[in-house]
Design a protein around this ligand. Structure first.
Ligand code: NAD
Length: 297
C-alpha cells in the first residue's frame, strides 16, 4: 500500500505525517485549519479540501484528532468520509478517544467492507518527530498485518492488544496509571516538605528503590524546578480521564483513585493551568498545603 491519507495535523499529526512522507508514501492530507494543511503541502503532501477527498485518494486513512466527537464528525458528520468509503480500504484512528466510540466506528465501517483499527500512541511530540512512538492497536490480525508497514514509519513499537477498542482501552489504562502516579508523587513530596525534609533529597534517596519509576524520573525534577512547560498538557490528560470515567460507568467498574485525580485536574483547569504539563498536579498540592516544592537557589 502506497497511498495514505492523514487527517488532523496538530502537534502530533504533523510530525507523524512528515515521517510518512520521508518513508516514501504518497500522502493526501487535511486539517480544518488551512495553515496546517498548507504546511504539509510545502513538505510534499497533496492537500485535500475535506475528509472525502482524503478518502477518495487513499488506501489507508489515518486520523489524529483531539477526541471522540472530532473523529465521529470526520467519519460520519456532514462532509464526513463515510459515504465515499469503498471495500478494501483501511481506517486507522491514532487519536486517543473513547473505546466505545472506537468500537462503534469499527462496527459501522465493517458494513462497508472497510477494516477499522484503533491505534493510539504514547511518547509525545518528541517521539512523534523521531518516528519512535509506542502504538497500541485494536482490531483484527488481518487488518493489523495489512497496515503494519505503514504504521512502522511512525512507530518504535507496535503491539496488537486485542479486538476493536482494545488499543483505546490500553491507552486509558496507561493514562490512569500515569495520572495517579503523578498525584501520589506530589502528595508524598508535600508531606516530606512540610516535615522539613528536602523533597529533592528524598527523590535522590528513593529513586533507585521500589518507589522509583519512569514517572518519578520525568516528573519529580519538574516539580523541583517549578517548570511545567508541556510535555503532556493537563487538558489532554483530563480528556483521557473523562473517557476512563465514561467507560468505567458503562462497565460498572469503580475507579475511585482516577476520579479523585480527575477532580484535581478540574481544579487546575479552572485555575488557568490546563495548558501546563501534567506534572503540574504538584500545583494542586502546593495550594492545598500552602507550600512550594520548588528548590531554592
Ligand atoms: P492538537 O490539538 O495539536 O491537534 C489536533 C488537530 O486536529 C488540530 O490541528 C485541529 O485543527 C485538527 N482538527 C480538529 N477537528 C478537526 C476536524 N473536524 N477536521 C479536521 N481537522 C480537525 O492535538 P495533538 O496534541 O496533536 O493530539 C492529537 C491526539 O493525540 C489527541 O487525542 C491526544 O490526546 C493524543 N496524544 C497527544 C500527545 C501529546 O503529547 N500531544 C501524546 C500522545 C497522544
Amino acid at each position: 500500500m502506497k497511498k495514505v491519507g492523514f487527517i488532523g495535523l496538530g502537534l502530533m499529526g504533523q510530525p507523524m505525517a512528515i515521517n510518512l512522507l520521508k518513508a516514501g508514501y504518497e500522502l493526501t492530507v487535511y486539517d480544518r485549519n488551512e495553515d496546517k494543511t498548507a504546511a504539509l503541502v510545502r513538505e510534499g503532501a497533496a492537500g485535500a479540501a475535506g475528509p472525502q477527498e482524503v478518502a477518495e485518494a487513499s488506501e489507508v486513512i489515518i486520523t489524529m484528532l483531539p477526541n471522540s466527537p472530532h473523529v465521529l464528525e470526520v467519519v460520519f458528520g456532514e462532509g464526513g468520509l463515510y459515504p465515499v468509503l469503498r471495500p478494501g480500504q483501511y481506517f486507522v484512528d491514532m487519536s486517543s478517544i473513547s473505546p466505545i466510540a472506537a468500537q462503534e466506528i469499527a462496527e459501522k465501517l465493517a458494513k462497508k467492507g472497510v477494516a477499522a483499527l484503533d491505534a493510539p500512541v504514547s511518547g509525545g511530540v518528541e517521539k512523534a518527530a523521531a518516528g519512535t512512538l509506542a502504538v497500541m492497536v485494536g482490531g483484527t490480525e488481518e487488518a493489523f498485518a495489512a497496515v503494519k508497514e505503514v504504521l512502522s514509519a511512525m512507530a518504535g513499537s507496535l503491539v496488537l492488544v486485542g479486538p476493536a477498542g482494545a488499543g483505546q482501552m490500553c491507552k486509558l489504562v496507561n493514562q490512569m496509571i500515569v495520572g495517579v502516579n503523578i498525584a501520589i508523587l506530589a502528595e508524598a513530596f508535600a508531606l516530606g516538605k512540610k516535615a522539613g525534609v528536602n523533597p529533592e533529597n528524598i527523590f535522590q534517596a528513593i529513586r533507585g528503590g521500589l518507589a522509583g519509576s519512569q514517572c518519578m524520573e520525568d516528573k519529580a525534577p519538574r516539580m523541583f524546578s517549578g517548570n511545567f512547560a508541556p510535555g503532556f498538557r493537563i487538558n489532554l490528560h483530563a480528556k483521557d480521564l473523562g473517557n476512563v470515567l465514561e467507560t468505567s460507568r458503562e462497565l460498572h467498574v469503580a475507579v475511585p483513585l482516577t476520579a479523585q485525580v480527575m477532580e484535581m485536574m478540574q481544579v487546575l483547569i479552572n485555575d488557568g493551568q490546563g495548558g501546563s504539563d501534567h506534572g503540574g498536579l504538584a500545583l494542586f498540592y502546593e495550594k492545598l498545603n500552602s507550600l512550594s516544592l520548588k528548590q531554592e537557589g
